[in-house]
Each structure stands twice: as structure tokens, then as C-alpha cells.
Design a binder for this molecule. Structure first.
Ligand code: 13P
Length: 244
């Protein structure tokens, strides 16, 4: 499973060239590929890429509809056949002050409706203090006693690895992914072991080192997904690595 998060990047012209570049580079494969463009371009993205095997998704959602200026609701996503929604990204937590209570409401409203990709991750300071597992466990509390959809997915994105060119060692990522799977499995009502993606400075140069690890089920790619050729290379690498 390889997901692109375009964040607040892109425009109409970029989308045309992205599709052409992706199509040229991507091998035939059956990897689950999703792209979350800015919501305002969601429909255009889906139309332009309808001949490709890519699921369109969004980067965030609100949990209610009605008098909530600027919001997009789960019902609206369902109406437009949206394939997945990212929630809990560290940029939402840090820039927009989103907390676990709000993210839990989002999870509950998406659950069993639209595939949810829940982002979690520790800061550099927390990592340095050896608090990574404690922080992740706190962030994962929102799944407690919820019966999770079979496709519920977690993205482990260390905040310090996002856009920095820095990454944890692949074996450390593997250990954290195993931990995340165990925590979710023991705390969710239906004991679901989720897929866990790695995110944070993934490129076509380092992707294979992550995909070689047993508990890495894919990647959530930011900057490197803005280029259709590079993103297709990451998809191809995933397909080859996990096929073996
Ligand atoms: P980068 O791949 O640019 O580090 O971003 C990762 C990310 O935040 C994806 O959600």
C-alpha cells in the first residue's frame, strides 16, 4: 500500500504532467496505490486518473456537517466516492491544534465508511528522551474499545523525519511497526492488527530499505510523491520487494 500526501501543493498544470509521468514510469502491478491531492482538486484528480489503478483520497475530514465553515464532511466524501481519508497528521496536530479527542471523533465517523489512515509519530525531543513508544501509545488510545474496520491503517510518521531527509534505521521502524500492531490489536474491540505504513522522507533511493522489513506494509509519501515519475518508482519498488 503506497499513499501520496500532496499536502497544500499542486495546481491544474502539475496534475496533467503528474499523470503522464506516473503512467510512463509505473510497471504493471497490483499494489494498492492512493493519492490525496488538496481536496479542491480531488474530483479533477479522479477524472484525470480514472484510467489508472489509483484510489483518490483526502488529507483530512470533519466529523460533523452543518454550520461548520470551511469543513468537509464524511457524507460528502462518500457522495464523491472518496477512497480514503488521512487523519491525525502531525501538521494538523501542530499547526491546527488538533488533539486526540477531535481525532477520535473523526475516526469514529469514518470507521466502516471510508478507509482511515491514522497518522501518529513522536517529535525529536520525545525521541531523544526515549519516549517514542509512550507517545505512540497515547496517540493510539483513540482506538480503545472501537470495533475497527478491516482496512483501518496506521501511518508511523516520526515528526522529525517529515521533510527533513532524516529517517530512523529500517530495523527500528520495523520494531515500532510491530509495537503499533500489537497495541491496536490488544486495545481495539475486534482485536484488529492494522496495516502500518512508514512516512517521513521516503524517496525512491531509500524505499527498498524500508520495504524489506517484515512489518512495513507500505509508505505514506509527501515531497517525493509530487513528482509522478519518482512516485511511480516507489510503487514499483514496493511491488517488487513485497512480491519476493
Ligand atoms: P515527506 O515525505 O515530505 O517527508 O512527508 C511525509 C509526510 O508527512 C506524509 O504524510
Amino acid at each position: 500500500m503506497i499513499i501520496a500526501n500532496w499536502k497544500c501543493n499542486g495546481n491544474k498544470e502539475m496534475m496533467f504532467s503528474w499523470t503522464a509521468d506516473y503512467e510512463r514510469e509505473c510497471d504493471d502491478n497490483d499494489t494498492f496505490v492512493g493519492v490525496a491531492p488538496p481536496s479542491i482538486y480531488f474530483k479533477q484528480f479522479c477524472i484525470e486518473n480514472s484510467f489508472l489503478n489509483i484510489l483518490g483520497g483526502v488529507q483530512d475530514v470533519d466529523y460533523l456537517d452543518g454550520s461548520r465553515t470551511g469543513a468537509i464532511s464524511v457524507d460528502m466524501l462518500t457522495d464523491l466516492d472518496c477512497g480514503f481519508s488521512i487523519i491525525g497528521h502531525s501538521e494538523r496536530r501542530q499547526i491546527f491544534n488538533e488533539n486526540n479527542n477531535l481525532i477520535k471523533e473523526k475516526l469514529k465517523s469514518l470507521n466502516n465508511e471510508i478507509i482511515t489512515i491514522l497518522c501518529i509519530g513522536e517529535t525529536k525531543e520525545e525521541n531523544d528522551k526515549g519516549l517514542t513508544k509512550d507517545v505512540l501509545k497515547d496517540q493510539l488510545e483513540i482506538v480503545n474499545e472501537l470495533s475497527l474496520d478491516a482496512e483501518f491503517t496506521v501511518a508511523y510518521e516520526p515528526v522529525w523525519a517529515i521533510g527533513s531527509g532524516l529517517t530512523p534505521e529500517p530495523k527500528d521502524i520495523n520494531e515500532i511497526h510491530k509495537y503499533i500492531k500489537d497495541v491496536v490489536q490488544s486495545n481495539s474491540a475486534n482485536n484488529l492488527s492494522p496495516k502500518v505504513l512508514y512516512g517521513g522522507s521516503v524517496t525512491d533511493k531509500n524505499a527498498e530499505s524500508f520495504f524489506n522489513e517484515e512489518f512495513v506494509d507500505g509508505a505514506l509519501v509527501g515531497g517525493a510523491s509530487l513528482d509522478g515519475t519518482t512516485f511511480a518508482k516507489i510503487v514499483n519498488i514496493f511491488n517488487k520487494t513485497k512480491e519476493l
